[in-house]
Design a protein around this ligand. Structure first.
Ligand SMILES: C[S@@+](CC[C@H](N)C(=O)[O-])C[C@H]1O[C@@H](n2cnc3c(N)ncnc32)[C@H](O)[C@@H]1O
Length: 464
């Protein structure tokens, strides 16, 4: 069944052009694979939630026209892939993708413009020309800017085209695309099947942090949040949970894809807008009319349904404590950015070291005081719960995976960010694992010379 993806008459070789965003280069293929699995029927063969494990390697073998480990997006953001000959499916992938720029049906590929024309697939090109459809040319250089003058010369060299009759620059039925990759000097000519044109026109543009009324010190960047939702394959009606919700960037993205979202956080201040979360200083339309700034503000601003939020401690989460009472695990995906220790400190409910020491000192003082002497118990001496106790970052991940194993449905996706620091001992940088989860992929985003964050995707195993 899986092999059918590559050989079935319904699939065809298309050129997938990825957006070359330096920070997110490593996210391109995982996102594309995740969306391909979501939208291409049978992409994972006979696998369906509740059946034994999907084989991601088989998907990759069938999806790409070259071995996946030979693809280098940084050098060559153009990859041939076997996709269904269904513009609707391709369109769905593109419209939801952050990093796929366009899909092109290639008519010829060559090292020079002369041979590009000579090697056109006539069976593909002539029916298009004879159709009388309106068209325009779009020329793009990767690694080199192609001047307007050069573009005109290139277009004019395509003399067989009916330029006098069918050109429509505004609303063409067909866009002929020429992409010149200066890295390997290969030029592609074909028709555009679907594209994510201008940044301002993308669905995620308005969610840019600079356009939000409410932010916190660690609000997840909008593109990363949408990439995470795509890795989680978040879809209409899914139950999605973010146990480290903060200002809600990730649930905002998941809610955009029409999921039912739930978010928990230890810190009431970030949810309520008490100092940690704050009104943005950006120029946001309608900002002056907003009276209250808290985690709900952005959802109201974007006119989106508001998720369920609650205060909880990931080390002892109420939603998980009840998991054994669930008839079945409820969540389709868990998507989150756990505290990583630098700006987002990892803490849990408890008593801080300083406070513990003070309490011990007071207790010792009381013991020393004479029995007759009445010692006033003041409230501040009572152990009281604060949110200052240190919580080892790796333990945060252990708890996250353990809790996720109880509340995520089999086949559900766990997507999270994990930080590494090469100046620390190797065991601190090992990706967390859990017997209930199958590792699917990770994407690396370098932050400094030694620090990086990794977007990790896992699938909850299905018992055979
Ligand atoms: C990296 S931030 C998440 C940012 C969030 N995605 C956003 O867009 O604002 C990590 C969050 O974890 C919360 N946190 C820290 N320790 C926690 C714990 N033990 N349980 C639950 N949340 C915790 C912090 O308050 C912080 O809001």
């Amino acid at each position: 069944m899986v092999e059918a993806l590559a050989t079935s008459p319904q699939t065809k070789k298309y050129l997938v052009h990825f957006i070359k965003k330096f920070k997110l280069i490593d996210f391109c293929l995982p996102e594309f694979e995740s969306l391909a699995t979501l939208f291409i029927p049978g992409a994972l063969g006979s696998w369906a939630p509740g059946r034994p494990q999907p084989c991601i390697e088989t998907l990759r073998r069938n999806l790409y026209c070259q071995p996946r480990d030979t693809i280098n997006i940084a050098k060559h953001p153009l990859v041939y892939a076997n996709l269904p000959e269904d513009a609707g499916v391709i369109d769905r992938i593109i419209k939801r993708s952050i990093l796929v720029k366009e899909v092109v049906d290639v008519i010829s590929e060559a090292k020079t413009y002369d041979s590009l024309l000579q090697s056109v697939d006539k069976e593909k090109l002539f029916p298009i020309l004879e159709s009388g459809k309106s068209f325009k040319f779009n020329i793009e250089g990767i690694g080199r800017k192609i001047s307007h003058k050069e573009q005109v010369e290139i277009i004019e060299s395509f003399g067989i085209f009916p330029f006098s009759k069918n050109v429509d620059l505004k609303n063409p039925e067909i866009i002929f695309k020429i992409i010149e990759n200066s890295e390997d000097h290969v030029i592609y000519f074909g028709t555009e099947v679907a594209s994510n044109r201008v940044e301002e026109d993308t669905f995620h543009y308005k969610f840019d942090l600079k356009k939000r009324p409410y932010l916190g010190p660690t609000s997840t960047d909008h593109q990363l949040a949408f990439l995470m939702a795509n890795q989680g394959q978040v879809s209409l009606g899914d139950f999605v949970y973010d146990p480290f919700v903060g200002t809600g960037s990730i649930v905002l993205a998941c809610q955009y894809f029409n999921a039912f979202c739930f978010g928990g956080d230890l810190d009431i201040r970030v949810l309520k807008g008490y100092g940690v979360g704050r009104k943005t200083h950006n120029k946001v339309e309608g900002l002056e009319k907003i009276k209250k700034f808290d985690i709900y503000t952005n959802f109201y601003h974007y006119k989106m349904p508001v998720p369920e939020f609650f205060i909880m401690d990931c080390s002892n989460p109420a939603v998980h404590a009840q998991a054994s009472n669930l008839r079945q695990p409820v969540f389709d995906s868990i998507v989150c950015d756990p505290p990583y220790g630098v700006r987002a400190r990892s803490q849990k409910v408890g008593v801080s070291e300083t406070k513990k020491k003070r309490q011990e000192r007071k207790a010792a003082e009381k013991m020393e005081a004479s029995e007759e002497e009445e010692v006033q118990d003041d409230d501040h001496d009572m152990p009281h719960f604060s949110m200052k106790e240190h919580y080892d970052v790796l333990k945060v991940y252990d708890d996250l995976l353990e809790n996720a194993s109880k509340i995520l449905r089999p086949g559900g996706r766990l997507v999270f960010l994990f930080h590494t620091d090469t100046s620390l001992p190797a065991e601190k940088n090992k990706f967390p694992t859990h017997p209930a989860f199958e590792f699917i992929c990770s994407s690396e985003n370098n932050l400094t010379k030694c620090r990086a964050r990794h977007l990790i995707t896992m699938i909850k195993r299905v018992e055979e």
